[in-house]
Design a protein around this ligand. Structure first.
Ligand SMILES: Cc1cc2nc3c(=O)[nH]c(=O)nc-3n(C[C@H](O)[C@H](O)[C@H](O)COP(=O)(O)OP(=O)(O)OC[C@H]3O[C@@H](n4cnc5c(N)ncnc54)[C@H](O)[C@@H]3O)c2cc1C
Length: 258
């Protein structure tokens, strides 16, 4: 293991944060229990004082296909897995397109689009060095209780990658803002959309500093440049308060604030 200084104002997809020393884990290292594991920071809002952080090094970026079982290291970028699935004609991976991050981040968030989620297609996850079957892992809409560091994921694969579905999903997401963000800021409450509620309380397009509730898609908190954690947090708290006051709905952040 070794330390690396990561500037979150450059590394994170929302471009907010400061340079921080992050512990990089290598193959064979004992996994520390007193640090928070992060992936590729596409769903993170990093404060000025985060807990000690760690990340998987490139040692954990690999894919192995053997006897119809695909094993993927958790530092593998999602784009690489999508290309691999396309090339090897593997069905079920189409939704990963335009879903930035690492495989570790994907399984921890149970990331997905519409009814397609990573837990639908995976078989088991190696957590803190032990393979755990997915049925034994509590998971649901945008969460999975891993209770440790995921280093590898196993998929039982079937052939038949669908280019039609891929195109459909790409089109579906063409309305997303192009400005820096961490994807959806809030989870959709049951039977409703966080974006609709943000619009209803009049906060779509509202800006503080360089941070803004997107005019394109209200549930995206975007950064126009030098956005700060403080401004981001202010806008998040403002939405939560207004939506609670007006609708009695407690919005839950999808973006992980650390
Ligand atoms: C433009 C844009 C669009 C997006 N659209 C979608 C979408 O449609 N659907 C969707 O679900 N998400 C979406 N996201 C969010 C993001 O793509 C996913 O949440 C992704 O899975 C995050 O991966 P990451 O590696 O960046 O994880 P990070 O953001 O670094 O971490 C996310 C969480 O995972 C945990 N974690 C990371 N790695 C591990 C590990 N190895 N073991 C245990 N826990 C770990 C972290 O502690 C943290 O809680 C979008 C993001 C952006 C920027």
């Amino acid at each position: 293991m070794y330390f690396k200084t990561i500037d979150f104002s450059k590394f994170s997809s929302i471009k907010v944060g400061v340079p921080i020393e992050v512990l990089m884990l290598e193959r064979g290292d004992e996994i520390p229990q007193d640090r928070l594991i992060i992936g590729h920071a596409n769903n993170l809002l990093v404060s000025l004082n985060p807990p000690p952080l760690m990340m998987l090094s490139k040692d954990f970026s690999f894919m192995e296909l053997e006897d119809e079982v695909l094993t993927v290291g958790c530092a593998t970028p999602t784009g690489k897995l999508l290309s691999f699935a396309k090339k090897n004609d593997l069905v079920g991976f189409e939704f990963i397109s335009k879903l930035p991050g690492s495989i570790g981040g994907m399984v921890a968030m149970n990331a997905g689009v519409k009814s397609y989620e990573i837990f639908n297609i995976l078989d088991a996850i190696k957590i803190d060095g032990v393979w755990v079957e997915k049925e034994k892992i509590e998971h649901g809409y945008r969460f999975a209780k891993l209770h440790g560091v995921a280093t590898e994921v196993r998929f039982n694969i079937k052939r038949g990658f669908s280019k039609v579905l891929l195109e459909e999903l790409v089109t579906l997401r063409s309305n997303q803002p192009k400005t820096a963000s961490a994807g959806s800021a809030f989870k959709n409450p049951e039977g409703d959309y966080a974006g609709r509620l943000i619009e209803e309380v009049g906060l779509k397009g509202v800006r503080r500093g360089a941070m803004q509730w997107s005019e394109v898609h209200a549930n995206f908190l975007v950064n126009h440049g030098e956005g700060t954690f403080e401004d981001a947090k202010y806008l998040i708290d403002l939405v939560k308060k207004r939506v609670l006051d007006k609708f009695g709905v407690e919005l839950i952040e999808e973006v992980q604030i650390v």
